[in-house]
Design a binder for this molecule. Structure first.
Ligand code: GDP
Ligand code: MG
Length: 293
């Protein structure tokens, strides 16, 4: 009997969760960013081998729920934890010993699933540091999501902990998200990369039109910001910045969809969209009241 189940990855922002997910799935799925809290909702990746199927949930990290958006993100992360067959607590090895999971995830609920601790970024720490961590956490796995070191061994270990079950998805499936979703994430990721820290988390990307019946594929996308000042920053002097974002984003989208793309990119102001339930839904965020409980 094969094994199949859900692996939920938790850890502090920047621990490398999205990088690990991308390595596991082998395609660029989850947004990877040097800025924390940029993963939208949960991303499902599916990893199938001959005898096991792992459904991977990436959590957006847990913030103090100040804005509606943050409530949504926290609810998403908690739901992903409740559904897990195995929880992977990913810690950044360059930050010293990992903190307890309950503290990292700021949860009081006990987690029923078994928890594996993986210490990431071992390519950045010395052999001595690694030994010290190994003494403190003899059960921990040591990996580098970037180089792939230790990841295969980690996955086999996770596999042994999954319940016996037929596969839950066809074996060529890598995600249950739509192409539109990934395209909007690629555009948003590019905007975040090029904005440094000028507009943290205020950018949402909406795909207004996606015409695949013609070449180049026509995609009209809107970057929504919350204020006029942010719109000016995003557009840049003489439109230079938005053109740069469009150019880089188009290359990423072309690589993802596998054909030439005409990317028609706009910037609009939608005041305080992060506090607006209607806008959040429109941009694909799932709100608490939308979830089956
Ligand atoms: P997340 O917030 O936990 O999803 O973290 P990300 O996957 O977005 O990674 C945060 C940063 O750490 C990015 O700049 C990654 O390139 C970097 N990173 C992640 N894993 C590793 C690793 O194993 N080694 C190194 N050197 N950098 C890593
Ligand atoms: Mg992430």
């Amino acid at each position: 009997m094969p094994r199949a189940g859900i692996l939920t990855v938790v850890g502090k922002p920047n621990a490398g969760k999205s990088t690990l997910l991308n390595r596991i799935i082998g395609e660029k799925l989850s947004i990877v960013s040097p800025k924390p809290q940029s993963t939208r909702d949960r991303i499902v990746g599916i990893h199938t081998t001959a005898d096991m199927q792992l459904i991977v949930l990436d959590t957006p990290g847990l913030l103090n729920p100040r804005y509606e958006l943050q409530h949504v993100m926290q609810a998403t992360a908690l739901a992903a934890l409740a559904e897990a067959d195995v929880v992977l607590h990913l810690a950044d090895g360059t930050e010293g010993p990992p903190r307890p999971l309950a503290e990292v995830a700021r949860i009081k609920e006990t987690i029923r699933a078994p928890v594996i601790v993986a210490i990431n970024k071992i390519d950045l720490i010395s052999e001595g540091q690694r030994e010290a961590l190994r003494e403190q956490f003899p059960e921990a796995r040591f990996i580098s999501a970037t180089t792939g070191q230790g990841v295969e061994e980690l996955l086999s270990h996770v596999g042994t902990m999954l319940p016996e079950s037929p596969f839950l998805y066809p074996d060529d499936e890598i995600s249950d998200q739509t192409v539109r979703f990934f395209v909007s994430e690629l555009i948003r990721e590019t905007a975040l990369e090029q904005l440094e820290d000028e507009i943290p988390y205020s950018v949402a990307c909406e795909i207004e039109e996606f015409r695949e019946s013609q070449l180049p594929v026509y995609i009209r996308a809107v970057l929504h910001v919350e204020r006029d000042s942010q719109k000016r920053i995003l557009i840049g002097a003489g439109g230079g910045r938005i053109r740069g974002i469009g150019r880089v984003a188009r290359q990423k989208v072309e690589a993802f969809v596998g054909s030439p793309v005409y990317l028609d990119l706009w910037v609009k102001v939608l005041p305080n969209w992060r506090r607006n339930a209607h806008a959040l839904r429109r941009f694909g965020y799932k709100l608490r009241e939308d979830r089956p409980s």
